[in-house]
Design a protein around this ligand. Structure first.
Ligand code: ADP
Ligand code: MG
Length: 390
């Protein structure tokens, strides 16, 4: 789960990371008021969306007057910002952060990620901040320093100092960097984070280290024990189909093809998507209905898949262990009756109560295309698509 920049800054500041003073606004007027409240003569106004790369697309601006703060904020509210990371249709701006402008001497990159190879938290840092890490890795890979943290020891002071030196920091900045590194590590560990990123972490003209941007994302499987993090969720930043599916106990991920998939188990769903590709088709989504799915949940799965207007055929692939094929079949019939379904539906059932399931489908008299194997199902689905106009 992702959170906003201002929320990440608040968490990191709580662990001792220096951040600029700022305030949140829900309207242009409030943004202007925040600038006055903060004082000074230069402010940075920042669209709060769950994405980086905002600066490049006009989501971040240095403003020199209260009026400029207000008028720039007015252009942000309600806008869909499309960044390199969001893709189309972008993310809506409903909150704006106003903070005091810093006088930047140098921009650094600092990231904490989970390194799956070593199964440990890894720090990635570079003396060339400001750019996104993906670009840094391509354009200046030699500037990247990596350090793995031993969970039994935590981030040792000497390690943090070593990293600070390798970034070229000197004197008092080394001590500040050690403090920032240890704070980020604690914030990561204590909140079950998956990622902490400060980009840029700047050195100001007066030699202070300040986090000008901050990003955190969290392990969804750990949210049950982090209620204070779970409440930071912002549904306006999520794919509406994915969040409504999650609320119904379905794991749904929208894709770009036209074959709607309803499958049980993440592994089978992945295998089915591979088979669709092999047969020359493109899946419209990943959808795992989970174990013990009731007919109602199957019908909800249909409804979710049908919200995608690109879908031209639906493929149901169930290998029932905990699930029951008869319940799934009832769900398919319900969906046909209640959703006014007109698209072709290919169904492959195997496992618990498969005979009963097939019987329900046959007796329903509905135009369901039955398939025996996974390969069969994928081929039928590809063949059942309406022929595209040449
Ligand atoms: P994003 O990564 O989404 O583009 P950032 O918060 O990193 O957004 O802002 C983009 C750039 O704007 C930063 O790299 C930095 O140069 C500048 N910037 C951001 N906040 C401030 C600030 N408080 N003072 C001065 N410059 C800032
Ligand atoms: Mg940034």
């Amino acid at each position: 789960m992702d959170i906003h920049e201002y929320q990440a800054k608040e968490i990191l500041a709580g662990f001792g990371v220096p951040v600029p003073r700022g305030g949140l606004a829900y309207s242009p007027e409030q943004a202007g008021y925040r600038a006055r409240e903060l004082g000074g003569d230069a402010w940075v106004v920042k669209a709060q969306i769950h994405s980086g790369g905002r600066g490049e697309v006009g989501g971040v601006k240095l403003c020199r007057s209260e009026e400029e703060v207000r008028s720039f904020a007015a252009t942000l509210f309600g806008r869909q910002l499309v960044t390199k990371q969001t893709g189309e249709p972008g993310k809506g701006v409903y909150r704006v952060w106003v903070e005091g402008a810093s006088d930047i001497a140098q921009e650094l990159y600092l990231g904490f990620v989970l390194d799956r190879k070593t199964e440990r938290i890894m720090i990635v840092a570079s003396s060339h901040g400001g750019m996104e890490i993906e670009d840094l890795a391509v354009e200046d890979p030699d500037s990247l320093h990596r350090m793995v943290i031993d969970p039994a020891v935590g981030l040792a002071e000497f390690q943090a100092r070593e990293l600070a030196f390798s970034l070229g920091l000197k004197g008092g900045q080394v001590a500040q960097m050690v403090k920032v590194l240890r704070a980020c590590y604690r914030a990561y560990r204590d909140h079950d984070a998956m990622m902490v990123e400060i980009n840029p972490l700047v050195v100001t003209r007066t030699g202070e280290l300040v986090a000008l941007d901050a990003k955190m994302s969290f392990d969804t499987n750990a949210l049950y024990r982090r209620p204070e993090i779970a409440q930071l969720r912002d549904p306006s930043q999520e794919d509406a189909r994915e969040s409504s599916a999650a609320d119904n106990g379905l794991a749904y991920v929208g894709l770009t093809g036209d074959i709607g998939c309803i499958i049980n188990g993440a592994g089978l769903a992945m295998a089915t998507m591979d088979m669709i590709h092999l047969s020359g088709g493109e899946p419209a989504n990943f959808l795992d209905i989970g174990g013990g799915a009731s007919p109602e949940r199957v019908a909800t799965a249909f409804r979710t898949v049908l919200t995608d207007t690109n879908v031209s055929v639906i493929l149901v692939n169930i290998f029932a262990g905990i699930n029951r094929c008869d319940w799934v079949a009832e769900g398919v019939v319900q969906a046909y009756r209640n959703e006014g379904l007109t698209l072709p539906v290919v169904v492959r059932l195997a496992g618990t109560n498969v005979e009963a399931g097939r019987k329900i489908l046959e007796e329903s008299g509905l135009p369901i295309i039955a398939a025996d194997t996974l390969a069969d199902a994928a081929e039928h689905a590809v063949a059942a698509r309406p022929k595209l106009a040449a």
